[in-house]
Write a protein that binds this ligand. Sequence first.
Ligand code: FEO
Length: 392
Amino acid sequence: MNITEIRPGIRYVGVNDRTTTRFEALWPLPAGVSYNAYLVVGEQVALIDTVESHFGDRLFENIRREIGDRPVDYLVINHMEPDHSSSIEALRLRYPAIRIVSNAKALQMVEGFYGIGTNTLEIKEGDTLDLGGPTLSFHMAPMVHWPETMVTWCPEQQTLFSGDAFGTFGALDGGIVDTQLDPDRYWDEMRRYYASIVGKYGAPVQKALQKVRGLDPAVICSTHGPVWQERTGEVLDLYDRLSRYEGEPGTVIAYGSMYGNTERMAESIARHLAAEGEKNIVVHNLTYTDPSFVLRDIFRYDTLVVGGPTYNGALFPPVAHLLEMLSARCIPQRRIACFGSFCWAGCAVRNLDEFAQRMKWQPLGTSVEMKQGFTDSADEACRTLAAAIAER
Ligand code: FEO
């Protein structure tokens, strides 16, 4: 069985990256990441996207294994972020006659990033390219994840090349298509990828989803993570929920703590919430948990309980950083409860309450502000807050 043959005439030529520690120099990659590229083979050959430049040689080796010494006639660029585009120059050296196919915005970026402005083919919404057998059509999907992004459709194989959309962190450990691996390993990494990378662009993702549902793909070939064939319905539904910012019942307790006093408030709220019968509770210490995992869970669940101490007359920096990231993602609705502490002059809780107001999120209960150490009365206030949170 040749598992790189996704569908007749469609070959996987992507690579795994298990050495980069932070995607975009920001997001940790505990299980690596794949940069997916695909060949569509007819009388002529098109490559859909490239890979990060450090892995260019592996891409070329994979192409050679699939088509030998045949040339690659076209490079279709769905997305210009360098994790997919930075092998373009090397590809042109290897295949000098290759023609670069994309929309005007992407071709401008090809010139801007790599100084390549010749032998290009500009396409517009709905244009087609006949490869002599399979055909490709092109559909714009701006801001999923950059303004030039588009998706490419192969109607003969009902296959969608979706760019970053429907991608996940996590390398491909052997299998490529969801039927060849355990897809349950990837759902959380799909959420984390979405929340970190695409999370600001809910409305454009909704528009793109309408287009994708109209095409009704049997196979979705993203640029990261598994090829979706058996689980396309779940993938589309998950993206729909994420891009509508729809939280499922559950609570994220995200806190900062310098000496453990505010941490005891977080633990108290979590315990009392569980005593109220809540089961979906996730607690993150923001000093130690990378924000991408916290964002992942905030995108998943409908309630955020956030707390921290006062620091230099402001919020403790890891908590302030999380709030900045949430603001940047323009999450329109969540339930929120706040808690915090101070030693001599309170500020943290006021800042948290102001954040909740700015975001227009639904406040729950009365914010708990604690002076200095954790006491029975602080515990009782946390219990009261937990009871308010549990009233769904
Ligand atoms: Fe995988 Fe937006 O690049």
